[in-house]
Design a protein around this ligand. Structure first.
Ligand SMILES: NC(=O)c1ccc[n+]([C@@H]2O[C@H](COP(=O)([O-])OP(=O)(O)OC[C@H]3O[C@@H](n4cnc5c(N)ncnc54)[C@H](O)[C@@H]3O)[C@@H](O)[C@H]2O)c1
Length: 365
């Protein structure tokens, strides 16, 4: 085992954060099963069990002030409890509220009073004090200002930033240059799921294209019952998600301008289960028709943890190497829906594998 740590901070202690914290606890148990689905055993010398949570931020009055191990199971999170998480001694701090709970979320979540006063500088200070390497931003979609605040705080603290939301950070020129100038890794935007609708959709399109089949029409309908789907049911909050999902389809090589691909409904009883219906209509040999319908059902939040367990170790490796460009180019197309420049599924997989293989080191204890 390496003697080094990946010191991780979390902004937004919602369902995705819950699954990531649970996953790290699970791999620390040493059970063989705990590694199921984790694509890379070691990245830059870091194993999944080298991840250590050192700070966290939220604004909900049900989470601020709790230990991270308690906040991940607090209302209204719906990620299933797969493992027990012991006391972590990581307090959830009040972060700057901004537009974090705007729209429909304000009907379910009350802001903690300290979040109205918290500033970007407070976040920077905590990141520095806790020697955070990587800040993972799990804020709600549509929280543009709040996401930007955490990105600025991370850049000011020389901390790598992972933007799991579809709000523009890596594709925001001003924010991008902030990180680029200091050679601090910035990964984004909008994480993919480990085996989710976007991956399945783009992989099927690539498969059909490889046989010379033309895709004429396609849709991807998604339903779920967690807070992400609740928030996305508000039209004032879901625009960036729709654009992001289409960006992934453009990268797969199809004109997504008329494709319906988005969050399509909040179904409360589904909780953290997500259901996706996919249809693809195409033309094949002699102009013959080919039609395909697929239904995918997954637990949404563990599916996101499968990607971020890779992303945090890539961000730390790039931070160690003071890298900015190469890591973005080679790893973001696989990990995110809206990277600066997209790739097809197979190109993205081979690029991230090359990157990981080229950065491997072994630490001496
Ligand atoms: N598989 C997935 O679940 C998946 C996949 C891709 C992208 N995403 C994106 O990841 C993000 C997180 O998803 P989630 O399911 O964990 O959402 P969630 O609603 O469960 O969690 C969001 C958390 O952010 C907190 N928050 C709101 N404003 C804040 C602020 N200003 N500062 C700190 N915390 C704040 C909320 O109180 C909540 O705890 C969303 O943007 C979502 O679209 C999720």
């Amino acid at each position: 085992m390496s003697s080094k740590e990946v010191r991780v901070g979390i902004a937004g202690v919602g369902s995705c954060a819950s699954s990531l914290v649970q996953l790290v606890e699970y791999v620390k148990s040493g059970s063989e099963l705990s590694k199921t689905g984790i694509m890379f055993d070691s990245i830059g010398g870091y194993k999944a069990e080298d991840i250590k949570f050192v700070c966290s931020f939220d604004v909900s009055d049900t989470k601020v002030g709790l230990d991270l191990s308690e906040a991940i199971f607090a209302y209204p999170n719906s990620a299933k409890k797969h493992v027990e998480v012991p006391y972590l001694n990581v307090k959830v701090h009040a972060g700057p509220l901004a537009d974090g709970l705007d729209g429909i979320l304000s009907t379910k979540i009350n802001p903690h009073r300290d979040s109205e006063l918290a500033t970007i500088d407070d976040v920077t200070e905590i990141l520095k004090k806790t020697k955070t390497d990587v800040l993972v931003c799990y804020l709600p979609t549509g929280a543009k200002q709040a996401v930007e605040n955490y990105a600025i705080a991370a850049a000011n603290a020389n901390v790598a930033f992972i933007n799991c939301t579809p709000e523009l950070v890596i594709r925001n020129e001003k924010l991008n240059s902030l990180f680029k100038e200091k050679k601090i890794p910035l990964l984004g935007d909008d994480m993919r799921s480990h085996m989710g609708a976007t991956t399945l959709h783009t992989a099927l399109i690539e498969l059909l294209s490889s046989r010379g089949i033309t895709v004429n029409n396609t849709y991807q309908l998604n339903f779920g019952g967690n807070m992400d789907f609740f928030n996305l049911s508000d039209p004032s909050r879901n625009l960036s998600k729709q654009i992001s999902k289409k960006n992934a389809l453009y990268a797969a090589g199809i004109d997504a301008s008329t494709v319906a691909a988005g969050p399509n409904g909040y179904v409360e009883y589904l909780q953290d289960n997500k259901v996706c219906y996919l249809r693809i209509e195409g033309s094949s040999i002699l102009g013959s028709n080919i039609t395909m319908e697929t239904r995918l059902e997954v637990e949404d939040s563990p599916n996101s943890a499968g990607v971020i367990i890779t992303a945090v170790r890539i961000a730390k490796t790039a931070l160690d190497n003071k890298e900015f460009g190469e890591v973005i180019e080679k790893t973001c197309p696989f990990l995110f829906k809206s990277p600066v420049k997209g790739m097809t599924e197979s190109e993205a997989l081979s690029a991230i594998k090359d990157y990981v293989a080229s950065k491997e080191v072994v630490f001496n204890d």
